[in-house]
Design a protein around this ligand. Structure first.
Ligand SMILES: C=C(O[C@@H]1C=C(C(=O)O)C=C[C@H]1O)C(=O)O
Length: 373
């Protein structure tokens, strides 16, 4: 092995090569941005070119998979992924000013999910509630939004599903985040009489709360970080939120990992004004429909359509339509892509049994093989 000055010289020289290569990559990305814009303008006009999507989750997934195949160390896969997350974040930001709306204030799990998916070079736009994230995208105040969709312990996020009933936004991607809930407070456990959190935080930790703070009032607020903000202003109050809120809002960590359930994970959807990414071959699609109740067995017949086309179902939700009592909107997540040959036929056939059918978006399946089992 060489001496220290020689090794450092080697690092300096490699850094120069890396910077030059990164800039060469950035220039190619800029060219890709220009090409995308020109193609879009030629196909759909100037306005469409302005609204163009530069974030391509399918392409990014392909890159991450390739990195995993070609990396033989000593760099760990996670380290290389984190480096490329930032390279692609910078690359997207060069193509276009990209902003991402999320359920704020800073320190929420949504905030962490944005970081995980978009890196540091995009503009973060915190919103007060989940519905504001949808509105920010609909009204063009943010390029993309990230919304919690379901939690492996506490289930679907109904606020998100309910907004999907009326929203025009499309799903572009999904991302998974391991969630560890902490109890933060400036009071000791035996002095806590109030616990703030988002309904998901309260639900994921309900067993712990019943065992350790059975008398405390559980108060649902708009987000876990808002809970931390509020708990910091009161004695005897606590928040269930992420550990990072401790530093952000000046609270002590009273208890860690208070969630129940194994490998507590939240799944987020990335939404945008349209869903035009190409199929990757391993995609999921989210559909919304209302069945025609005048036809007995309409729901059953509708579900059979997916089976007939060989599309796997991953998740079914129903929510009150809000139009009249006992009238439901169904959400189905299935395999396949809107641009594939099966899904358009499924939609056509479903229309026989349903009053309206809409594909809310198709996106690359990001669930790892171990998460699927
Ligand atoms: C460069 C592109 O745009 C974005 C940036 C990417 C990158 O830096 O590799 C990959 C996909 C897109 O999110 C592209 O579409 O290929």
């Amino acid at each position: 092995m060489s001496d220290l000055p020689t090794l450092r010289k080697k690092i300096d020289s490699l850094d120069t090569t890396l910077v030059n290569l990164l800039n060469e990559r950035a220039r190619v990305s800029l060219d890709i941005g220009t090409t995308k814009r020109l193609d879009e303008e030629a196909k759909n006009g100037e306005k469409a070119a302005e609204d163009l999507h530069v974030y391509m989750p399918g392409r990014e997934k392909q890159i991450y998979e390739k990195l995993e195949r070609m990396n033989h160390g000593p760099l760990k896969h996670e380290s290389l992924n984190a480096i490329f997350r930032e390279i692609m974040s910078a690359s997207i930001a060069l193509q276009k000013d990209v902003s991402v709306a999320y359920l704020g204030p800073p320190g929420t799990f949504s905030h962490q999910a944005v970081y995980r998916r978009f890196g540091d070079s995009v503009v973060y736009v915190p919103q007060k509630q989940i519905t504001d994230v949808f509105e920010a995208v609909e009204k063009g105040r943010a390029t993309y939004g990230i919304v919690p969709y379901e939690n492996s312990t506490f289930g679907s996020v109904v606020e998100t599903l309910d907004y999907f009933i009326k929203s025009t936004v499309k799903v572009r991607a999904e991302t998974y985040l391991t969630v560890h809930q902490c109890l933060l407070s400036n009071s000791p456990l035996d002095k806590i009489s109030k616990v703030y959190s988002h309904p998901q935080g309260l639900g994921q930790s309900q067993e712990w709360l019943s065992a350790h703070l059975p008398e405390a009032r559980r108060i649902a607020v708009k987000s876990t970080a808002q809970a931390a903000e509020m708990a910091a202003l009161e004695t005897g109050a606590a928040a269930i939120c992420s550990e990072i809120c401790s530093e952000l809002y000046g609270l002590d960590i009273v208890a860690r990992d208070i969630e129940h359930g194994v490998a507590n994970t939240t799944r987020f959807l990335i939404i945008g004004s349209s869903s035009d990414d190409q199929a990757t071959g391993n995609d999921h699609s989210l559909l919304r429909f209302t069945v025609d109740h005048r036809q007995p067995g309409a729901l059953c017949d509708g579900l059979k359509v997916f089976k007939d086309y060989g599309l796997n179902l991953f998740k079914i939700d129903s929510r009150p339509s809000g139009l009249r009592p006992w009238h439901y909107v169904f959400f189905i997540e299935c395999s396949g892509h809107a641009s594939g040959d099966k899904l358009p036929s499924v939609v056509k056939d479903l229309n026989q049994y349903c009053l309206d059918v809409e594909i809310l978006g198709s996106f690359p399946n990001e669930r790892t093989a171990s998460e699927t089992c």
